[in-house]
Design a binder for this molecule. Structure first.
Ligand SMILES: [Zn+2]
Ligand SMILES: [Zn+2]
Length: 459
């Protein structure tokens, strides 16, 4: 395949050295003319004996120099922008297609090829969900929206739904600010559209984990009463951590400071180990109020209860800075732990949902749709599709191993925790392989663009 061939950066004078002698008779070449089309160089030559010839730096494909198609495809497929690539090429004085050619190729070939790949993959993802429904396996989805710029000036909101079983993105909605009353109103619009689209395809969503904003909560309650609304544990724990930190700054609550992390870990642990039972979750959560005062077994409503940790040694029991039951710090904690809002939220956290994988997807999205740039709608759709193809192909990557078969780690020092941690190193991403398949498709491979729009896209 021509698209696979090696390419070299060759300087023009070096190319011209090849046109000194006639290939047919060996006589001196008397006339050469150069012509270029984007990245293509074409040389016409004529020798003393009037032999003529033509040489091209690459072949033609789809009626254009193949390298023009490839430069454009590789730019978009890797999430770069024309501007980035053109800056680099201009400095090097490397010849690439002109901006208008690039955008023409993008709308005529690249956007359609991405769209087709995406739709194929999407069909498979929806079929998976159908299969889950048929097998009576509950369908659990998580959802989150991303605005293209921080604050209230966003132009787009990308709402994505992820299948909790596979961590694959199964649907996205791109909402423009013109479709909603304000920037912040875009997310609920995208959320509803996304959920409706999935339901319209005959999929019964059992559990959904979108964010906890009042607007989404209301929509869930009013419009989707049959879908169980779960909360993302990570967000709730983060909220609690913030409250604990701000409260423990007061002099009377200082004793809470060394406990902050343990309390947050405890909440996380309770959600992770309750086995889906909200009553057990709440009971365990409240036990922190005993433990923190140094009491590890007690009687509640006539039943003996105890902490879940192993028995503490005398020294451990002695060393810990337990809170006094009458202290101000304890009462502050009591108010936080027994807060009615939190108790209510905990009922929606027993399935231990956390949307970390959606955050991972958002970082992939950032690679293809940078927040600093404004993209035309069609480009934005194609770039989001690329990000989803990239993410879905790479979920469930195995941890990389050393030659001796041991799992590989990086030792990192995150600023926020200020503690050394081992982070798993994952296998290399795979997308290169599928990107090559798309190039093959573009190159012929029996594929013709379904949409042949010649509108020029801006970035
Ligand atoms: Zn000749
Ligand atoms: Zn205890």
């Amino acid at each position: 395949m021509h698209w696979k061939t090696k390419k070299w950066i060759v300087n023009e004078p070096h190319v011209m050295e090849l046109f000194k002698r006639c290939q047919e008779c060996g006589s001196v070449i008397t006339k050469t003319t150069k012509a270029s089309v984007g990245s293509l160089l074409r040389v016409h030559w004529e020798c003393e004996k009037k032999h003529k010839g033509k040489w091209s730096s690459c072949s033609d494909v789809r009626g254009m120099p193949a390298n023009n198609l490839l430069v454009s495809a590789c730019t978009l497929f890797t999430g770069a922008t024309y501007t980035d690539v053109a800056d680099w090429a201009t400095l090097l004085n490397l010849q690439i297609p002109h901006k208008t050619t690039y955008f023409d190729i993008q709308s005529s070939y690249l956007v359609p090829v991405i769209d087709e790949e995406y739709k194929q993959q999407q069909k498979a993802a929806i079929n998976d969900l159908h299969l889950q429904t048929e097998l009576c396996n509950p369908v659990h989805l998580s959802g989150d929206g991303r605005s293209d710029s921080p604050g209230f000036s966003a132009k787009y909101n990308t709402y994505s739904l992820m299948d909790d079983t596979t961590d694959k993105i199964v649907h996205f909605e791109l909402v423009q600010v013109t479709e909603a009353s304000s920037s912040v109103a875009m997310e609920p619009v995208g959320f509803k559209r996304a959920v409706n689209t999935i339901q319209e395809q005959g999929i019964k969503i059992d559990v959904l984990t979108p964010d906890r904003s009042p607007s989404i909560r209301k929509i869930m309650r009013v419009e989707y009463p049959n879908i169980h609304h779960e909360f993302d544990v990570w967000h709730v724990v983060k909220g609690l951590s913030k409250k604990l930190c701000s409260n423990s700054r007061y002099k009377d609550n200082r004793e809470l400071q060394p406990w902050t992390r343990s309390i947050c870990n405890h909440l996380w642990y309770c959600c992770a180990t309750c086995g889906g039972d909200p009553d057990e979750l709440i009971e365990n959560w409240k036990s922190i109020l005993y433990h923190i005062t140094g009491v590890h077994s007690w009687i509640e409503e006539g039943n003996p209860k105890k902490c879940r940790h192993n028995d503490l040694s005398l020294e451990e029991q002695h060393r810990k800075k337990w809170l006094g039951k009458d202290s101000h710090a304890f009462r502050t904690l009591q108010n936080l732990v027994l807060d009615r809002g939190l108790q209510k939220d905990l009922r929606q956290m027993a399935l231990f949902k956390h949307t970390g994988q959606l955050e991972v997807f958002h970082s992939v999205l950032l690679k293809y749709c940078s927040k600093n740039l404004h993209f035309h709608y069609a480009s934005m759709v194609a770039r989001t599709q690329l990000a989803i193809l990239d993410h879905n192909e790479n979920v469930g990557r195995q941890q990389a191993t050393t030659t001796t078969g041991l799992p590989r780690y990086n030792i990192v020092f995150p600023k926020h925790t200020k503690e050394w941690v081992a982070k798993a190193i994952f296998e290399k991403k795979k997308l290169k392989k599928s990107k090559r398949l798309w190039l093959r498709k573009l190159y012929g491979g029996g594929w013709t663009p379904a949409l042949f729009t010649r509108t020029v896209l801006l970035i």
